[in-house]
Design a protein around this ligand. Structure first.
Ligand SMILES: *Cc1c(COP(=O)(O)O)cnc(C)c1O
Length: 464
């Protein structure tokens, strides 16, 4: 174990952190008042904090540590690669073995004719690449007017200017002048929250048809692409009705637009398949990958592009790239991660063992008086907190009030479960065993009980 064990006492670390470290998606003053939780090491599906508490990581870090923590093989591959060739670029007609090998491996794994990888340092960067790529694609075909990318409200595609613009997160758009031009959003297929009296199937079809309606409204000659996550992750684990993706696929086949499927969370086993689009039987023109590509051990992302699109883009110089596109250490670690996922049949474990076990305990959480719905697919699951199960009612209190209390109660019970508004979500490492899935559910139930008590005590059980 190579953790930094001689670190300062927790309170001093927290003070330095608050004084000098501005955190992503964090209220800095609130953090300074309470002090950050400082994670010092991890193994398998468990984290340890600077006070020695052992915590079950229901989130695989940030949806990314698919093979679990502490795999020495990845560290060894990284060290070997750093000694041999720590950096070289892939610009200007140069290449190196790790980038070549990873691109070839991704071509094998990705569905259909997705045979070309353009590397990035993250999912956000890869989606920025996609914006430029699809617009350039149509321009090269003599249709420079096809620039608009249709995305979805409450979708998440990263936090760069492009990624956050593609995303449909209002709080992100409110800061920094987003979205950038020529990105529009349609509604999400969130039946529980927005489906009203419609059946899930009907609702799913209607939400998909908004794509068709938006194309008609804008004119097909202005639309470059549609982008969506197979299952929305950061939006609260929204699993679309079964009718949704087939209808999207139909529309994309009938219309002259590209389909970008953002697999940053769903890719590399999360749904039990290599890619979420395979679960839904859709064939994208481009997929975005990151997170599980390296199981989060090093930063890397990519756009994986079809033969058709790559051929058009390749006919000209694409004036785009990142210093770290195909970084050799990141590529080597990603390759090793993919080797482990395959050789240890981790996807098989998800399909035959872990996903059914999670589905069972998760469904049981639905019996809790505070839980309005539960859903899961593979090893990604969400549930909605509600003050009134029968009416699927949201809370009268601002969205996220109950969710935040629940997240805090989870942490107090040594479980990382995230909240998105008043939905609670989990996406544990894919290697999680049934006993730990039971433990996850046990702690989640206790946290729900404590949340329920706290909400009643604070008079927050009123429905909107
Ligand atoms: C996390 C995420 C991204 C952004 O990836 P980063 O590596 O954080 O830039 C993009 N799309 C989806 C679906 C994600 O979950």
């Amino acid at each position: 174990m190579t953790a930094i064990t001689n670190h300062l006492p927790t309170a001093e670390l927290q003070a330095l952190d608050a004084a000098h470290h501005l955190h992503p998606f964090t209220h800095a003053a609130g953090l300074a008042a309470r002090g950050a939780r400082i994670i010092t090491r991890a193994e398998g599906v468990r984290l340890w904090d600077s006070d020695g508490n052992e915590i079950l990581d229901g989130m695989a870090g940030l949806w990314c540590v698919n093979i679990g923590y502490g795999r020495a093989e990845l560290a060894e591959v990284a060290a070997r690669q750093m000694r041999e060739l720590p950096f070289y670029n892939t610009f200007f007609q140069t290449s190196h073995v790790p980038a070549i090998a990873l691109a070839a491996r991704l071509a094998e794994l990705a569905p259909g004719d997705l045979n070309h990888a353009f590397f990035a340092g993250s999912g956000s960067e890869a989606n920025d690449t996609n914006i430029r790529l699809v617009r350039h694609y149509w321009a090269r075909l003599g249709k420079p007017g096809k620039r608009v990318i249709i995305s979805r409200r409450n979708g998440y595609h990263g936090s760069t200017m492009g990624g956050a613009s593609l995303g449909g997160m209002t709080p992100m758009h409110e800061q920094g002048g987003l979205p950038i031009p020529d990105i529009v959003h349609i509604d999400q297929p969130y039946w529980y929250g927005e489906g009203g009296a419609q059946s899930a199937e009907e609702f799913g079809r209607d939400r998909a048809r908004q794509l068709e309606q938006m194309i008609d409204r804008l004119g097909e000659d202005r639309v470059a692409a549609f982008i969506a996550e197979p299952v929305q992750g950061a939006g609260g684990v929204i699993i679309p009705p079964e009718s949704y993706w087939p209808e999207i696929a139909r529309i994309c086949a009938e219309r002259e637009i590209l389909l970008i499927v953002d697999e940053v969370i769903c890719g590399f086993g999360r749904t039990g398949q290599w890619f979420g689009s395979q679960h839904y039987g859709v064939q994208p023109d481009i997929i975005t990958v990151a997170k599980g590509l390296s199981s989060g051990y090093v930063p890397i992302g990519a756009s994986i592009i079809s033969d058709r699109v790559a051929e058009v883009i390749g006919g000209d110089e694409f004036n785009h790239g990142y210093t770290y596109s195909g970084h050799p250490v990141a590529a080597a670690v990603a390759l090793e991660n993919l080797r482990i996922l395959e050789e240890e049949n981790i996807l098989g474990h998800v399909r035959s063992t872990a996903a059914p076990a999670l589905a069972r305990v998760w469904e049981r959480l639905g019996d809790h008086p505070l839980v309005g719905e539960t859903c899961s697919l593979g090893l990604i699951a969400g549930l909605a907190l509600t003050p009134d199960k029968a009416r699927r009612a949201p809370f009268a209190a601002p969205s996220g009030t109950a969710g935040l209390i629940c997240r805090e109660r989870c942490f107090a019970n040594n479980l990382v479960m995230r909240h998105v508004g008043d939905r609670m979500v989990v996406a544990p490492p894919l290697v999680i065993r049934p006993a730990d899935i039971d433990l996850l559910a046990e702690r989640a139930w206790r946290a729900l009980d404590e949340t329920h008590a706290a909400l009643r005590e604070q008079g927050l059980m009123a429905a909107a």
